[in-house]
Design a protein around this ligand. Structure first.
Ligand code: ADE
Length: 417
């Protein structure tokens, strides 16, 4: 087979993703007819993957002028970035420096976006902090990560959020599937591609027990690991315990684990002190949005040496022991693998596309602040996904509806009395 250019390979990968994103492809068909974004510019800060490309094409089909830059310096698939460059304004390169990243961000802001689609929050926060003259052009924004939503709620509390921000992450068809099954599979994929070690029989420590961590713990157990969960939230710790995992503080887990993956959304989850008490050969990685969960800078300072042993794996010598770090402590599932599979991004990005449409349809009527996507839209995405998967459900009969609606006599009566 003839050698393909990077852009040609990217286009083939996008086609493959399209095949597995039926909900978004259906929306594309609808958008092609109705053109909800005609005359509007949509600025996006997302991981530049084949699945994101399917969203970009869908927004463009809806009439939008689309700009994209990457929400993480190591998550860009360069083939996809090259493929997209002749379709939309796309600025991203795997391994880009901070200065280059800032330049890309500036290019997207110079497009004066009317809608901002975000993964992590940086594009929107940049407008508020450093480019407030752009606020007058913005109808609203959308955010798909737990981390980003925490930031926007903080802004809202301080009265600093100046336009409506749809919390796509709060849609059921987003967090219950993307965060859990998407992160679960893609993180294990990243661990395997980078470290390529045996999971069965290992002790696998998961930092946190939110939706993402639940997925990682579930998949690690599925591959035969002994899973330990660390938590700071009593309800989640109890849930992890009743799900059958060992729960303990990181101080204790650090001594036992062969693998450590964090996904808490917080900083300093694995400290250098923890690393010093780990077994020789421990593998560390992070699946939370920012690279602050594993204390990488402190590891760099404390280690006596560091060498890159594989593309996405660094070996550090710390107190005479070997510690392996996946993808510089950045999102292991996107840096060392390809992010969540298309099937699940189908729903996440249908939420993003419909959130953008919701903002346009309700321009001027929505309050500034964090707002949910209406649950009818959420349910409609689930129904389309079921339809496209050929799965049928039951429907309530008239008698069942009446029974559920009753509260007086009859509602508590057993048919057998
Ligand atoms: N976040 C997690 N997985 C992703 C993917 N495949 N594309 C874009 N963003 C993602």
């Amino acid at each position: 087979m003839a050698e393909l250019t990077s852009a040609e390979q990217g286009k083939l990968d996008i086609e493959l993703a399209e095949q597995n994103m039926p909900v978004l492809m259906k929306l594309r068909e609808e958008f092609e007819k109705t053109k909800p974004f005609e005359g509007l510019t949509i600025g996006c800060c997302l991981h530049v993957t084949k699945e994101t490309a399917v969203l970009m094409r869908t927004l463009k089909a809806g009439g939008a002028n689309v700009g994209l830059y990457s929400s993480n310096p190591l998550s860009t698939d360069d083939n996809i970035a090259e493929a997209l460059q002749d379709e939309i304004e796309c600025h991203a390169k795997r391994g880009e420096t901070y200065e280059v990243y800032k330049g890309y961000l500036a290019k997207i802001l110079d497009m004066k976006p009317n809608i901002c689609i975000s993964d992590g929050g940086e594009l929107i926060i940049e407008i508020h902090q450093n480019r407030p003259e752009l606020l007058e052009h913005v109808i609203g924004g959308t955010e798909e990560t737990t981390t980003g939503i925490i930031r926007f709620r903080n802004m809202e509390k301080d009265g600093a959020l100046k336009f409506p921000l749809v919390s796509v992450n709060d849609s059921m068809t987003k967090h219950m599937f993307d965060n859990r099954y998407g992160t679960g599979q893609s993180t294990m994929d990243g661990v395997l591609r980078s470290a390529n070690r045996m999971i069965a029989g290992s002790t696998f420590v998961v930092g946190g027990y939110g939706w993402c961590s639940r997925g990682i713990a579930m998949r690690a157990r599925g591959m035969g690991a002994n899973v330990i969960v660390t938590e700071i939230d009593a309800i989640k710790a109890l849930e992890a315990h009743m799900d059958g995992f060992r729960v303990m503080p990181m101080d204790e887990a650090a001594k036992l684990g062969n693998f450590f993956i964090t996904s808490t959304g917080n900083t300093d989850v694995i400290t250098v002190e923890h690393m010093k008490s780990m077994k020789n050969g421990a593998v560390l990685g992070n699946a939370g949005h920012f690279n602050v969960e594993v204390m990488v800078k402190e590891l760099e300072e404390s280690a006596s040496s560091k060498k890159k042993v594989r593309r996405d794996l660094d070996e550090y010598i710390l107190d005479g022991k070997k510690i392996y770090l996946i993808g510089e402590g950045r999102l292991a599932n996107l840096v060392a693998a390809e992010g969540h599979p298309a099937e699940v991004m189908d729903m996440s990005f249908a939420n993003q596309a419909l959130a953008a449409k919701h903002l346009v349809d309700n321009k001027g009527k929505l309050k500034a602040g964090v707002i949910p996507l209406p649950s009818e839209i959420d349910v409609s995405i689930a129904k389309t996904k079921l339809d496209e998967s050929g799965i049928k459900m039951d429907e309530l009969s008239k008698r069942q509806k009446e029974y559920l609606a009753a509260w007086g006599e009859g509602a508590f009566k057993s048919e057998r009395e």
